[in-house]
Design a protein around this ligand. Structure first.
Ligand SMILES: [Zn+2]
Length: 463
């Protein structure tokens, strides 16, 4: 309780430092000398290190990529990893996005919750430990990342120069604690097209979706056809036997079909309605059989359809720890030369990438469809009995008076970028996730509560 009292004394200072760092617009920009992610990000890093020095910590700046505040003695260290870069503010703000104004007990602005407020909360947690002279057996580092939103390239740099922490956490997700994060892979499935239909009717283009990790809520296709009525009647007939939101519009020599779906996060495709797959179901009813485009569409109707777990594709992995694989078709781009489908798959934590890749390749054999642009992040998984899991969940429960259970998620957090750490807070259960939204804020009470929790967590791990 001593720590909590100390944090109350530091409250005004913590609020001021949070506002100070929030007032720097730290969106990635063009690189400059010693500013690999641009000027704004570099200023934010300098500001965080300056605040750290004012609080009496040693600091280090690793060539503008990443910096840290350090306290204590010893070989091993506990790491708290946060990030100072933010996503662009976008529109729709009631209060200015880079002024850190306080209204009704909330600090408003880009980065308030993701992730400037929480990393300041951790820094002041360490300050409370220092002011009280609590004995520690390990060093502690508050690590200020600068590229989380656009690739985490700073963490590669950090791990080349420094050894990883022996344990720690990142305040960049939610409470109570995330102990399992699925493996994630994104890739394109591409096929060259030689035939698009017949002289009477052919598909000229298909476009849809914005990001592979979202369920697409829009897809559009242009069909060049001599008798436009054929397509319009086919759509009417199709709509009698389905509930999809599809419409037809005549545009010079084409009939343009628009498919409206429901967006959802790519890790939870079952919560959305896939506009691309709705389009595929309809297009397969047109008299374009024998064409390359028909073969492609029919393949996906047969092997995916509206399944969200990859069952027909042969990749339906599942485990007790993290549930089923999620299978999302997120984007499409088709022109007269080729078709390109963007996919995002998230596989359960006890499997390997090969467990997904091998059956995937098997299903694609002899289809003329190729895999391109593949990226991959391994799963993150700690047993529920692991010391780090137990320590952090106990701190959360002690401080909140709740009985939290660790969570398994389909998303990937910053914890994947650094060995031996887990995502811990800052969003409390039931509170809105305002990351990347207009009018992002952090409640001052939550900022203080985070600081208390992080102070106790650091102390328990480093004592
Ligand atoms: Zn973040």
């Amino acid at each position: 309780m001593e720590l909590n009292k100390k944090i109350h004394e530091l409250k005004e200072e913590l609020i001021k430092s949070t506002q100070e760092i929030m007032r720097i617009k730290s969106v990635e920009e063009e690189a400059k000398e010693n500013m690999p992610f641009g000027e704004g990000v570099s200023k934010a890093l300098e500001c965080a290190l300056e605040i750290s020095r004012r609080l009496g910590f040693k600091t280090k700046n690793l060539d503008g990529y990443v910096g840290y505040a350090e306290y204590g003695e010893g070989e091993d260290y506990i790491g708290v990893l946060g990030h100072l870069d933010v996503v662009p503010e976008g529109d729709g703000w009631v209060y200015p996005p880079y002024e850190a104004e306080i209204h009704h007990g909330k600090i408003y602005g880009r980065g308030a919750l993701d992730d400037k407020g929480p990393i300041m909360a951790a820094l002041y947690g360490l300050k409370a430990i220092k002011d009280l002279n609590l004995p520690l057996s390990k060093k502690v580092r508050i690590i200020f990342g600068t590229n989380e939103e656009t690739g985490s390239k700073e963490m590669e740099y950090y791990l080349k120069k420094e050894k990883p922490p022996v344990a720690g956490f990142t305040p960049d997700a939610e409470y109570p604690l995330i102990y399992a994060e699925k493996g994630i892979t994104s890739f394109d499935l591409v096929r060259k097209l030689e035939s698009l239909g017949t002289d009477e009717i052919f598909i000229k283009y298909i476009n849809g979706g914005q990001r592979v990790n979202m369920v697409p809520d829009y897809c559009e296709s242009g069909i060049v056809v001599k008798e436009k009525d054929t397509v319009i009647k086919a759509l009417e007939k199709f709509k009698q036997s389905s509930e999809f939101n599809l419409t037809a519009h005549i545009k010079s020599d084409m009939v343009v079909i628009k498919s409206i779906g429901v967006s959802a996060h790519g890790s939870l495709p079952h919560l959305g309605k896939n506009a691309i797959m709705q389009m595929f179901k309809f297009l397969a009813t047109l008299p374009i059989k024998d064409s390359d485009i028909y073969k492609f569409i029919e393949f996906f109707n047969q092997y995916v359809g509206f399944e969200c777990d990859g069952k027909s594709f042969g990749v339906a992995l599942s485990d007790e720890e993290s549930g089923k694989l999620s299978f999302n078709i997120g984007t499409i781009e088709m022109n007269e030369e080729k078709i390109n489908l963007g996919l995002n798959l998230r596989y359960p934590v006890t499997y390997t990438f090969e467990d997904v890749l091998n059956p995937l390749k098997e299903t694609l054999k002899n289809t003329g469809i190729e895999i391109d642009n593949m990226s991959h992040q391994k799963p993150l998984y700690f047993s529920k009995d692991h010391d780090l899991v137990k320590t952090l969940i106990n701190v959360y429960n002690d401080q909140t008076g709740k009985r939290g259970e660790p969570l398994a998620i389909g998303g990937g957090t910053y914890a994947k970028e650094m060995p031996n750490i887990l995502a811990f807070g800052p969003i409390f259960p039931g509170k809105p996730d305002l990351d990347h939204q207009a009018n992002e804020y952090i409640e001052i009470d939550d900022l203080i509560m985070n600081s208390k929790i992080y102070a106790h967590a650091i102390y328990e791990l480093a004592k």
